[in-house]
Design a protein around this ligand. Structure first.
Ligand SMILES: CC(C)(COP(=O)(O)OP(=O)(O)OC[C@H]1O[C@@H](n2cnc3c(N)ncnc32)[C@H](O)[C@@H]1OP(=O)(O)O)[C@@H](O)C(=O)NCCC(=O)NCCS
Length: 162
């Protein structure tokens, strides 16, 4: 788990980005529920935090309240983004961008060079978001979601040294 803590300014107060802790998972699971058709159950977040040595999870807080989160697994020089979501009322305010850039910086310091993720082809917002950061469609995973294939997106030029 990374040691990074960042502070940015939002109209409602500073946005703090820091590693997710067990006490955050109820708020995280609530955002997950409003964000995905096939949300991870709360227990999956607990297992990730407590037992997965390869996992890094960050939250963004405003006035102490979790408004967004991102998660990734790192395997040698590759990072796989497992989840990213922003509470609905905080979307289009740059918060996912802050989380992704924080992950880029941390993972680059750890020696990562490649990022991958799966996204629903129908998720236009997420596809635009990742494309803005230089992710490209690399392939498909058939029936990855019960009702839809997944697009595999990758970014192979991670070079964040902020
Ligand atoms: C995808 C998601 C994480 C984006 O979070 P966000 O905080 O709103 O994103 P940002 O404000 O940082 O947006 C950065 C850029 O991404 C793109 N983008 C974000 N949301 C978009 C939307 N609804 N439609 C089109 N482009 C979008 C834009 O290029 C945007 O830049 P701009 O606002 O200057 O135009 C958010 O919509 C979300 O939580 N969705 C539900 C969960 C999800 O789909 N997660 C991704 C799973 S793979």
């Amino acid at each position: 788990m990374g040691e990074i803590e960042h502070e940015y300014i939002h109209k409602n107060g500073p946005i703090i980005i820091e590693p997710m802790v067990e006490a955050d998972i109820y708020a995280v699971a609530a955002i997950e529920l409003e964000s995905f058709k096939d949300p991870w159950p709360l227990e999956s977040f607990r297992t990730e935090l407590l037992y997965n040595q390869l996992a890094s999870y960050y939250v963004a807080r405003i006035n102490g309240v979790v408004v967004a989160y991102i998660g990734a697994w790192s395997i040698l020089d590759e990072v796989h983004i497992t989840t990213l979501a922003v509470e609905k009322k905080y979307r289009r305010q740059g918060i996912a961008s802050l989380l992704l850039e924080t992950l880029f910086v941390y993972m680059h310091k750890q020696g990562a060079r490649y990022l991958t993720l799966e996204v629903r082809p129908s998720n236009r917002a997420a596809r635009n978001f990742y494309e803005k950061y230089g992710f490209k469609v690399y392939g498909h995973r058939k029936k990855y979601y019960v009702d839809e294939d997944a697009l595999i997106m990758t970014k192979d030029d991670l070079n964040y040294t902020v």
